[in-house]
Design a protein around this ligand. Structure first.
Ligand code: SF4
Length: 510
């Protein structure tokens, strides 16, 4: 796609708006006009306290131009005001050309609940927040309702936070086989899986180093999350080694939530879940993705529906309190009929958490090499997403966290639902960036959060651990992570004794 920008406009922002209408689009600098190549011109000016944005899009001989204005009346920052004018003009022009109205309007690159939270914490009422989302951001009313509901549930949970709080994340980027839609870094070949024992030993060493700093700085671990990949791929001996190390490092302090993902039903055994329970894990995921055999086969999940039911029943027998199940709307080969029966089947099991994702596939995923599965309108996925939200809410579940990704079928959202009181807190802390996430292991991204306080904006520093397990092992130690953590917690502008994680050291500032 060709982009021509005139004025002080963030190019990346315009690209993300374009991707609502052209999922999977790329924007090479040397793109030439031609058949099937959309061309967008955007101009922004400001005069007499008013932003005027103009957008013209041309595709295959058709051309649509739209002009939108927004008064900089102080309701928003100047930057936000300019973005709203540009977003309105671009989405209107592209929408008219493509005859499509996106349900999240011009909201892109930001979590809808974050926008709602900002308004609610600024004292704006629920009703007015909904109205602003629908009128200023062109969000559909049902999505505005969802954003407000999630924001209210999140707020309730994050009320009680302290600058000394943090969560611990351990990454196990290994799976027994690769799902066709996967774009995560996860090793699956026999040769690479043989790295697991060394990897777990190294993880244990890094955990020791990080936990030493946790004690030095007087931090409190609120949640522990072991994610992947598939952590339950670890054989009982290695699982025991890792979980006992976590237990030892926690030294008697119980986190309020301890999750170990056991996503792939084919990796779950009663023995592994017994070990998890013994070492204090209180939340696991058992993910069917769909309860349709043909759809599972199409996405290369390498397990059956029966495997899921078997694993779910082992999970219930294990006594682990909270079980999450992930399902995906908009999978290739799925339909409203199939998806709605998946939702009904999951609700009948009454797991404490149900996470409903919308199918999202990156260019690198095997399935995208096979079929072009990007879809702007999302076919029946919109109906599926609506069905899941209505049925889960009717069944007593509440939406407690939500995020969106680029290149998602229909641009729909991913929503975590919970029976009240069982919300997956790590998900909220991580999404809302209320405290630091001390992330260890290949591909894990640590976030050092300095919460906002009077007269000071929140700041976040990220630290990227080596992406691939072999790189991680080659690195030898976690000196860089430790240095980043020290930098964050010992920054000179933190008042003595304040104990606030300050932004400094390695990483990327937001
Ligand atoms: S289980 Fe998850 S991480 Fe593993 S291959 Fe499948 S999608 Fe990727």
């Amino acid at each position: 796609m060709i982009l021509n920008i005139d004025g002080n406009i963030n190019r990346y922002y315009v690209q993300t708006l374009c991707m609502i209408f052209f999922p999977g689009a790329s924007f090479p600098e040397d793109e030439q006009p031609g058949p099937g190549v959309p061309e967008l011109y955007v101009k922004l000016t400001k005069e007499n306290g008013r932003f005027d944005a103009f957008a013209r899009v041309t595709l295959d001989g058709r051309s649509v131009g739209t002009e939108k204005s927004r008064d900089d009346d102080g309701s928003y920052s100047e930057e936000r005001c300019a973005k709203l004018a540009v977003g309105d003009a671009v989405t209107s022009a592209l929408g008219e050309l493509m005859e499509y109205r996106p349900s999240w309007g011009m909201l892109t690159g930001v979590r809808p609940s974050k926008v709602a939270t900002e308004m609610l914490t600024a004292g704006i009422s629920k009703t007015r927040t909904r109205r602003i989302l629908t009128q200023d951001y062109n969000v559909f009313p049902k999505k505005a309702d969802l954003a407000v509901a999630v924001a209210l549930n999140e707020q309730r949970i994050i009320e009680d936070t302290s600058p000394l709080d943090c969560s611990l994340y351990l990454s196990i980027p290994f799976c027994s086989s690769r799902c066709a839609y996967c774009s995560f870094v996860s090793y699956t070949s026999k040769r690479l899986l043989s790295l697991i024992p060394d990897y777990v030993v190294r993880l244990r060493e890094d955990l020791r180093s990080v936990m030493k700093l946790v004690r030095d700085y007087g931090l409190r671990i609120r949640t522990v999350y072991i994610g992947g990949g598939t952590p339950s791929i670890l054989e009982p001996e290695l699982l025991t080694f890792l979980l006992s190390a976590v237990r030892e490092e926690l030294d008697g302090r119980e986190p309020e939530e301890y999750t170990c993902e056991a996503g792939r039903p084919d990796s779950i055994t009663a023995e592994k879940l017994r070990i998890m329970k013994k070492f204090g894990v209180g939340r696991i995921s058992v993910n069917p993705q769909t309860l349709c055999e043909e759809v599972l086969e199409g996405i290369g999940r390498n397990h059956t529906v029966e495997d899921f039911y078997r694993a779910y029943s082992i999970a219930r027998e294990s006594g682990i309190e909270t079980v999450n199940t992930d399902i995906i709307a908009g999978l290739p080969g799925d339909s409203f009929r199939i998806f709605s029966s998946t939702v009904d089947g999951i609700i009948a099991l009454r797991p404490e958490n149900v996470t409903v994702h919308t199918f999202c596939v990156k260019r690198s995923a095997a399935i995208n090499q096979r079929d072009n599965i990007y879809s702007m309108r999302g076919g029946e996925a919109g109906k599926c997403v609506d069905y899941s939200q209505i049925k889960l809410r009717q069944a007593g579940y509440i939406p407690y966290y939500m995020y969106r990704q680029k290149n998602t079928v229909g641009n729909f959202e991913n929503v975590g639902f919970s029976l009240p009181g069982n919300e997956g807190r790590y998900n909220i802390y991580m999404m809302e960036e209320v405290h630091s996430i001390l992330a260890i292991g290949a591909g894990a991204v640590a976030k050092f959060v300095r919460p906002a306080s009077e007269g000071r904006k929140a700041q976040i520093k990220r630290f990227f651990n080596p992406k691939y397990p072999y790189e991680y092992l080659r690195g030898g130690d976690c000196a860089a992570l430790v240095a980043a953590m020290r930098g964050a917690y010992e920054a000179p502008d933190v008042a003595e004794g304040e104990g606030v994680p300050a932004a400094a050291g390695a990483g990327t500032e937001e």
